[in-house]
Design a protein around this ligand. Structure first.
Ligand code: ZN
Length: 359
């Protein structure tokens, strides 16, 4: 009992630290203490998929969006040695959207932007491990023959070996700040670039920086895209917004094996509804966020939420719903909120939210 309480306390601290950037040292210390005790017990995921989001590999010039080759090797070995199923993104989306059952411990690998290291570092390793992955292609840099990015021949070669190619705009602009016409063009030209060069028609779209508003989401829907992907934590499940699907962002700071173990073993946090149902802050700042949870959640006593800029959120809980009480407005830019409920085995149910504010 004492150990359990200790674990929960320490892991809560750990989760809080995940939401606060620039806390890597404390985080690593906490994580090591937890993992060293061997207290994370593995349970099987059956109704959700952990989607990992990467950008570049083995390029320590940009630690915010990179993971080292050593971290990548550790991740691959851990996944291989612990009975996870790395499944194609399409399999996860089709099963979740059609109400089927996923393989146990499903994991999906996605990579955004098309950096050169996808081809030189990640692709050979994932190929050898037998791990499928999806590449959301930023086509402007590829068209420009920028040497830091992939060229179309490399993308075609990877696609012919099973790599899934999807859409991520031409110029990686902050879409919520752009005119509607410009956003149409960002998506249409990106899709056309991909079709023209690879003969593949994208059906998934990843929002640059994970930023979107209702207008952009409706625009994505109107272009025969069947799923939209963001950049906030959480386990993808059938109660996720299918046009704002969470992915766990991985970089050097947040790509330690300890954190990866925690993420890979995280469970879906299912909800019935959320208000406001938009990832964009317009007039109400701070927003009034309330969540009705799914029947699968029967104990909210240990529910905690943390906001990336202010820390622990005060909550008004009832039996099957909770409301967040904010005293300060959301800052300009992106704000993430991570809500977790510990399971008895040391794993977590994890609901992530992200809001963009341009004011
Ligand atoms: Zn991107």
């Amino acid at each position: 009992m004492f150990i359990n309480n200790l674990l929960n306390k320490k892991t809560r601290i750990l989760l809080f630290l995940f939401t606060i950037l620039n806390s890597s040292l404390s985080y690593a210390e906490e994580a090591n203490q937890i993992i060293d005790k061997g207290e994370i017990v593995i349970q099987e995921i059956q109704d959700g998929a952990v989607i990992l989001l990467f950008h570049s590999f083995g390029d320590d010039n940009q630690p915010d969006i990179n993971i080292s080759t050593e971290q990548l090797d550790n991740l691959i070995n851990y996944i291989k040695n612990n009975n996870f199923n790395v499944i194609p993104l399409a399999q996860a989306v089709e099963i979740i959207q059609n109400g089927g059952k996923l393989p146990n411990k499903s994991v999906v690998i996605t990579i955004d932007d098309a950096f050169k290291s996808v081809y030189t570092v990640a692709y050979p390793k994932f190929k050898q491990a037998g791990f499928p992955f999806t590449l959301f292609v930023l086509s402007g840099k590829v068209n420009d023959n920028n040497s830091a990015y992939l060229n179309w021949n490399e993308i075609i070669e990877m696609a012919s070996n099973g790599v899934d190619i999807q859409a991520h705009t031409v110029n990686h602009s902050h879409m919520t700040k752009k005119e509607i016409k410009e956003n149409h063009n960002e998506i249409d030209s990106n899709i056309n670039d991909i079709i023209k060069n690879t003969n593949i028609k994208p059906i998934y779209f990843a929002y640059p920086y994970g930023e979107a508003n209702q207008e952009i989401i409706e625009m994505v829907k109107s272009k025969n895209i069947v799923a939209g992907f963001s950049q906030h934590s959480g386990v993808y499940n059938n109660t996720s917004d299918q046009y704002y699907i969470p992915r766990f962002p991985i970089n050097e700071k947040w790509g330690t094996l300890e954190r990866l173990k925690l993420i890979l073993n995280t469970k879906p946090f299912k909800i019935k509804s959320i208000t406001p149902n938009t990832p964009y802050i317009k007039d109400n700042n701070p927003p009034n966020i309330s969540v009705v949870v799914d029947d699968s959640i029967d104990d909210m006593s240990q529910l905690n939420c943390f906001r990336s800029d202010t820390g622990k959120v005060s909550l008004e809980k009832s039996d099957k719903s909770f409301q967040m009480v904010f005293t300060t407005p959301f800052k300009t830019g992106r704000t993430r909120i991570n809500c977790t409920i510990p399971n008895k085995d040391g794993t977590y149910k994890w609901l992530g939210l992200m809001f963009t504010n341009d004011k």
